[in-house]
Design a protein around this ligand. Structure first.
Ligand SMILES: [Zn+2]
Length: 192
């Protein structure tokens, strides 16, 4: 192996990792039994965040999918993820005149083998800091539902049970904790 080439490759990888820290995220998707059933690759773009979704084991046909407000996928119902991500107080649905939620996505279709391989778009969303960030706080989550999202019914398009969930969280190592030590702890009065 040529040492110079190895050095260049290593440098390149280091730089790539750093610059991609806040512009992409890989989400592992799990079903209600805790089995990993696919992935979603999120990438920052000029108009929003693209979602490259690969799933297997679904019932053939259409399913609703949306980004939810909390980074918590607790089976079996995934209610821990909260409602659809909606930082602007809109109504649910891509077809709703007062919608959509920031986290609303078009239905996905599983083929006859139960496989989904599609790229979706979240217009206006970002992986960077801000009100419309998918990584705000501890992150958010991506949830697939059992039935089709009708695009207008509140609060989530009458799309049935939540069947697949994946946490969208920062990939950076050493995540910042938001609970700084209380300085007064060190100021306890000493008697004597
Ligand atoms: Zn919604």
């Amino acid at each position: 192996m040529r040492p110079v080439l190895l050095f260049l490759l290593t440098s390149f990888l280091l730089v790539s990792c750093q610059s991609n820290a806040e512009t992409s995220a890989t989400v592992e998707m799990y079903n209600t039994s805790g089995d990993m059933v696919g992935t979603a690759e999120l990438k920052e773009g000029a108009d929003g965040v693209s979602v490259k979704l690969k799933l297997e084991g679904l019932t053939p046909g259409f399913h609703g999918i949306a980004v939810h407000e909390y980074a918590k996928c607790e089976a079996p119902d995934f209610k821990s993820a909260g409602n659809h991500l909606d930082p602007e107080g809109k109504e649910h649905g891509l077809m709703h005149p007062k919608g959509p939620h920031l986290g609303d996505l078009p239905n996905i279709e599983a083929d006859g083998s139960g496989v989904v391989d599609v790229e979706l778009m979240l217009p206006g969303a970002t992986l960077k800091e801000g009100k419309k960030s998918l990584l705000r706080g501890e992150g958010t989550s991506l949830i697939v539902s059992d039935s089709q999202d009708d695009g207008v019914s509140q609060p989530s398009g009458d799309s049935g049970a939540r069947i697949i969930c994946g946490v969208i969280k920062p990939e950076k190592a050493g995540e910042s904790t938001e609970t700084p030590t209380d300085p007064t702890e060190f100021n306890e009065e000493q008697e004597g």
